[in-house]
Design a protein around this ligand. Structure first.
Ligand code: AVJ
Length: 327
């Protein structure tokens, strides 16, 4: 990589084949069987997720896109972008379509900042760097390829500037509520007074609207879930027959929990390397939670974990909020 203002730092073991294998085998030997949704994002998974974001049913991206396009200036002021030079760290940046609006705005306003996208997918980081080197050539960018906290430590070690953290897309929804609290607590410990978190929450709403977003007619979400079995076949010498599993989605309006499963259509054995995993007929593999929140619940989450909730920036439908939390 020639461009020093666009380097990428990779973690030591995020691409570790061994860690992937250990976690996959352990989660399929656990009771109940489950898989970790962070592993959805290989090259094909990245493409499928982009297709999900483009589906008419998947309102989350549209809502947050509306916030980032129509309320760019409000966001910039809320994160105190004009006060002093800072690092803009994005957790799970993906293709950064939403944040690109903020980035372009800040570059246009000559704000002194470094954009530090963190993503577990090395593939998406290189896609992003390639695109931004053309679209926002004046952007100072350091790609961080790895898991959130390890890479946040990296970000703190290479720069002591004030941090503004972006955690968009309702990514926090991929944690159980208890885990999300734990996550915010850990995140708070890595931040300093003056730092700001902008965190996206998908809100509780008409259950039919939520369920359709994860149970699309075209079956893209199904392919997205099934793709992890293909990834395991490709990377771990496994022999899942993808046709012998179906995607099953639920939404519990009381808990706000939207969950996906893969159901084994028959009694079967699957090999992963030399390990046998037995599935009974109709056995479920729990894949992912997409947790929905009430606005008050997000304020409580902030307060209980050492943040001060400052404001909610919402779309016009009131379906999604980007919450501003101060340290
Ligand atoms: C990446 C967590 C925002 O849970 O809505 C979309 C992932 N999974 N469809 C979500 C996802 C199935 C998505 N997030």
């Amino acid at each position: 990589d020639q461009n020093i203002s666009m380097e990428t730092i990779s973690c030591t073991d995020c691409d570790s084949h061994q860690k992937f294998e250990n976690e996959i085998v352990a989660s399929l030997k656990a009771h109940p069987k489950h898989l970790l949704s962070k592993y959805f994002y290989d090259q094909k998974g990245d493409v499928l997720f982009q297709q999900i974001m483009n589906m008419p049913e998947y309102y989350l991206t549209d809502c947050e896109m509306e916030i980032f396009t129509k309320k760019t200036e409000e966001i910039a002021h809320a994160v105190k972008a004009f006060d002093a030079p800072f690092d803009l760290v994005e957790l799970g940046a993906g293709d950064a379509t939403k944040s690109s609006h903020l980035l372009k705005y800040l570059v246009t306003k000559n704000v002194d900042f470094t954009y530090m996208p963190i993503d577990i997918s090395g593939n998406i980081i290189s896609v992003l760097k390639e695109r931004f080197s053309r679209e926002i050539p004046d952007l100072d960018l350091v790609g961080l390829n790895g898991e959130y906290f390890e890479m946040l430590d990296k970000a703190n070690s290479i720069s002591s500037r004030r941090k503004v953290i972006l955690f968009l897309g309702g990514n926090i929804g991929n944690m159980e509520v208890e885990e999300a609290h734990q996550f915010c607590h850990e995140l708070r410990k890595k931040l300093n007074p003056g730092d700001i978190l902008l965190i996206g929450f998908d809100l509780k709403k008409d259950p039919d609207i939520i369920l359709s977003a994860y149970n699309d007619k075209a079956g893209i979400t199904a392919s997205f879930n099934l793709n992890l079995l293909e990834r395991i076949n490709n990377e771990l010498d496994a022999n899942f027959d993808i046709g012998k599993f179906k995607h099953y989605q639920t939404y519990d309006p009381l808990a706000g929990a939207c969950r996906s499963y893969l159901i084994s259509l028959e009694k079967q054995n699957v090999m992963i390397g030399n390990q046998v995993i037995h599935f009974s007929e109709n056995e479920a593999v729990y894949m992912e939670i997409s947790q929905k929140y009430a606005p008050e619940e997000t304020d409580k989450m902030a307060l209980q974990n050492g943040f001060k909730p400052v404001k909610h920036i919402s779309d016009t439908k009131g379906w999604f909020i980007d919450a501003i939390w101060k340290v």
